[in-house]
Design a binder for this molecule. Structure first.
Ligand SMILES: Nc1ncnc2c1ncn2[C@@H]1O[C@H](COP(=O)(O)OP(=O)(O)OP(=O)(O)O)[C@@H](O)[C@H]1O
Length: 857
């Protein structure tokens, strides 16, 4: 800089000299032209900018035009692809039957009577007699899960194209149905691959899809929602009964079935795990964890504004059928026998339906079983059906294998296999190959177009700050707004109990049928409160079951009737019933007594004779579950409501930690803390300065967590804590005493480390087992929550916890200041802790004075 500035000074004489030398050139024309240049310099910059602006806006418009053209092009390609795929699947057959042969076990050295090639299964009946069964495809014992999915893929694509589809696994118990459908962690089966495939297709598509997930079970002819946690106690709320309906378009809808919107595979996986836990399995002679029911997964897909799709909303059913086997062979008795009978009856009905469809009969006997009623719109017409028949190559299983193969033969497309001449088959194969190639070409072109669209969108976003929104996407946003808004007004509707005399009010059962888990409240006395402000207790007062000689009546022989009349009741499994659950008993009559809960003033101390707050834990759970009902559309909130106890999931924790500004416990004097504003002025005034305790990150953030109860629930909980308007009313300031129930009896104070006298915790209760399973998670989570850092090295009763004892999550003693706060503070604190417990899902945990005293030490 120095150099450049001094240079003209140094060269000034030379410059003057040269200018003087040039003076002959300083004509008026020269001066004018220089002036022009000089004039143009300042004015040229803004002008250039204007040009840039006009160019970029033109560019933007051109990008938009290109995007619109590409959208049209891709839509067109989608349409063509759909047509070709449909043609391809038509040639293959809309109902296709595959056979999968299970590999022989290492210990099974005997010779197998089953041999196979890619299309045929040959059974050696005697030394001289062989029988051949042919299929659309035979998956031989060495076939992998990849090979299976390769055959499934076109069906998944057709689901994206708006067709209904149904893939089910059929076969004798233990032949690998669950292996094919679910697979193992290292070799996933059809269900995870299909769902992943769907999400991949959705991602690649230029449309917006909404995907929902449901999971149900047909057990003994009755439907059970697998996404609803089973009630474990007699007083738990009864889940809504499911019933099958056909809408005006002929689509099947299952009323009250939980249908949860899912955004990615992980969400589906969580729900799937939840559903599997609720499944009915038992040990049979053939399989130690045999499915005693049909497990059905439904994935529904909605896409608005895609006219090239067959339907706006369509679905795919993925069904793991119950194991078929001759009940004589299994020597099943009692419930096992009934289960086997029910499974066989519904499988036979399924075979009848498929056979009638294949023969294009005028009457299709859908109504013969619950299974076929549910699948009605996904079997036949233009739906894609794929049946995987599983057989065992073992000699011992030969009879079952022949039964399964005969079943499959009935279902098989009569136009395929041996009924076709070789010439016809070759012609068809060639045509299919051509179609396949065409489809591949279109897909490649589409992929290029989509990539280009993505690039253009990025450019557009860079220049204009917002992505290109198609008309369809705009419509979606508007539609979502329209759909979401009315939900908020839901609770304002009047109840039948407000309007009708008692004899006209719906019964508990009809309520359940009509409105899911929404129980009707019978007003008790004149002061009927709205649901928002009243506590409701629900319990089954009496249960009348039509017991026959064999115990509970089997519904399998009247599936039609049982669908509409089935009701749900919990009962404990009897010793001979090893089935993991048994919720649904047909034709039973349940009297529901629903009464309003009146909050009462509580007695101080644990030893009080009367415990007016008894069953409060359950009550809260009831309310939570009831409020849950079918209204949850978000998977996490659904899981929060259905899985107790649970810890915040890792994603929530990440979010929580990210949000957390303070990572360690501190006690300091602050004013106007946001957290305590929520608790109102609970601190003790101290010379004009409010002494409060800065909340721990965990407490603070838990408050914000989604898994905390809704404001409505909070109101209900807080209504149990009387407002101490009258300071002299010491009774009202007593902490609530919740009667221990369920697993809380095993953990009560030990949970919080207040009373360590009880060394021998019982570990065999299912509840305590699940709780202790959580303990491991919680221990791992503590460092993340910053709780471990708050420990004092010599703390006797700090946050350290003995092995095997559940961690004292909320015993953050340092944070809670000194003793001597007014009872009012105690009371508010209890309310807060209760909320946190509820948020964490530990609502069953009983707590009493000791807990709070320990907390305050
Ligand atoms: N193709 C296969 N390759 C490897 N293992 C298999 C295969 N098929 C089945 N198995 C194994 O055989 C066992 C029984 O299989 P699975 O539970 O899937 O049978 P299932 O037909 O679903 O029985 P059920 O009807 O009683 O539920 C499992 O341990 C499974 O891993």
């Amino acid at each position: 800089m120095e150099g450049t500035r001094s240079k003209p000074v140094r060269n000034l004489p030379e410059t003057i000299h040269s200018l003087l030398g040039l003076k002959s050139h300083l004509t008026s024309a020269w001066v004018k032209s220089v002036c022009n240049i000089v004039n143009n310099v300042p004015s040229s910059t803004p002008k250039k900018k204007e040009d840039d602006d006009s160019v970029s806006s033109a560019q933007l418009q051109s990008i938009r035009d290109q995007l619109s053209a590409l959208t049209v092009h891709v839509n067109d390609q989608n349409k063509r692809r759909r047509q070709i795929l449909n043609e391809f699947l038509d040639l293959k057959g809309n109902i296709r039957v595959f056979c999968r042969v299970k590999p022989l076990g290492a210990s099974d050295k005997r010779k197998t009577p089953v041999t196979s090639d890619t299309r045929n299964v040959i059974i050696k009946l005697t030394e001289t007699k062989r029988k051949t069964y042919n299929f659309d495809r035979v998956l031989q014992p060495d076939s992998s899960q990849d090979d299976v999915f390769l055959e499934i893929e076109p069906v998944i694509k057709s689901v994206i194209d708006g067709y209904n589809a149904c893939i089910f696994a059929y076969g004798q118990t233990g032949t690998g149905k669950t292996y094919t459908m679910e697979g193992l962690p290292n070799s996933p089966g059809i269900v995870p691959r299909a769902i992943k495939g769907l999400f991949k297709q959705v991602e690649e598509s230029n449309h917006r899809f909404e995907i929902t997930f449901s999971m149900l079970e047909i057990y003994m002819g009755n439907l059970k929602d697998l996404l609803l946690s089973q009630a474990t106690k007699p007083i738990s709320p009864i889940p809504p009964s499911l019933s099958i309906h056909t809408d005006e378009k002929g689509e099947i809808e299952i009323e009250n079935l939980v249908n949860i919107k899912v955004n990615d595979f992980n969400e589906v996986f969580k729900l799937y795990k939840l559903g599997c836990r609720n499944r009915a399995t038992a040990s049979t002679n053939s399989n130690s964890v045999s499915s005693r029911s049909h497990c059905m997964i439904r994935v529904s897909i909605t896409c608005h504004g895609a006219p090239e799709r067959r339907r706006e909303t369509n679905k795919i059913w993925l069904v793991d059928l119950g194991g078929s086997e001759r009940v004589l062979k299994t020597k099943a008795i009692g419930r096992r026998f009934d289960e086997g009978k029910a499974i066989n009856l519904s499988l036979s009905a399924l075979g009848d339906v498929i056979n009638s469809l294949q023969h294009k009969n005028s009457h299709i006997p859908y109504r013969n079983s619950t299974l076929t009623q549910v699948l009605k719109d996904s079997l036949g017409q233009d739906s894609k059906t794929l049946m995987m028949v599983h057989i065992s190559p073992k000699e011992d299983d030969l009879c079952e294998t022949i039964c399964s193969l005969n079943f499959a033969t009935r279902a098989k497309n009569t136009h395929l296999g041996q009924d076709e001449s070789t010439e016809e088959q070759v012609k068809k194969e060639a045509l299919m190959m051509t179609l396949h190639k065409k489809m591949e070409k279109i897909e490649q072109e589409r992929e290029i177009a989509l990539r280009e669209m993505r690039n253009l969108n990025q450019t557009l976003e860079k220049f204009s700050g917002k992505p290109h929104v198609t008309e369809e996407e705009e419509e979606d946003v508007i539609r979502e707004e329209i759909l979401v808004t009315p939900k908020k007004r839901k609770n304002k509707s009047r109840r039948a109990s407000d309007v009708f005399p008692s004899f006209m009010r719906p019964t508990a059962n009809s309520n359940r049928r009509l409105s899911g888990a929404d129980f009707s409240v019978i007003p008790n006395g004149s002061g009927f409160k709205s649901r928002r402000n009243s506590m409701v207790s629900v319990r089954a007062e009496s249960v009348c079951l039509p017991l026959n000689k064999n115990g509970f009546g089997s519904a399998c022989d009247s599936s039609d009737r049982s669908v509409s009349k089935s009701t749900w009741v919990m009962r404990q499994n009897t010793a001979d019933d090893a089935t993991v659950y048994s919720q649904d008993i047909s034709e039973c009559d349940i009297k529901l007594v629903v009464s309003e809960h009146k909050p009462k003033v509580l007695q101080m101390g644990t030893g009080s004779g009367t415990k007016p707050r008894s069953r409060m834990g359950n009550l809260e759970k009831d309310v939570r579950q009831k409020m849950g009902g079918r209204e949850f559309s978000r998977i996490n909130s659904w899981l929060d409501k259905t899985q107790l106890p649970r810890t915040p999931c890792p994603e929530q924790l990440d979010m929580l930690l990210e949000k957390s500004s303070t990572q360690s416990f501190t006690t300091e004097k602050i004013t106007g803390n946001e957290f305590f504003e929520k608790l109102e002025d609970i601190g003790e005034s101290n010379g004009g300065e409010t002494t409060v305790v800065k909340p721990t990150p965990m407490l603070k953030n838990l408050f914000e967590l989604q898994c905390l109860c809704s404001s409505e629930e909070e109101d209900q909980i807080l209504s149990r804590f009387p407002n101490p308007s009258d300071e002299d009313d010491y009774e009202s300031l007593c902490p609530p005493t919740l009667e221990n129930d369920g697993f809380s009896q095993y953990i009560d104070n030990e949970w919080f480390g207040v009373n360590n006298n009880r060394a021998d915790l019982e570990r065999d209760s299912p509840a305590s087992v699940s709780l202790l399973e959580r303990e491991r998670d919680l221990k791992q989570l503590l460092p993340q929550l910053g709780l471990d850092r708050s420990l004092k090295p010599n703390s006797q009763r700090g946050l350290a916890f003995a092995d095997g004892v559940a961690p004292p999550l909320l015993r953050a003693q340092e944070t809670l200041g000194e003793r001597g706060f007014a009872p009012r503070f105690m009371q508010k604190l209890q309310a807060l802790c209760f909320r946190i417990l509820l948020g964490l899902g530990f609502i069953d945990v009983g707590y009493d004075n000791d807990f709070f005293n320990g907390l305050m030490k």
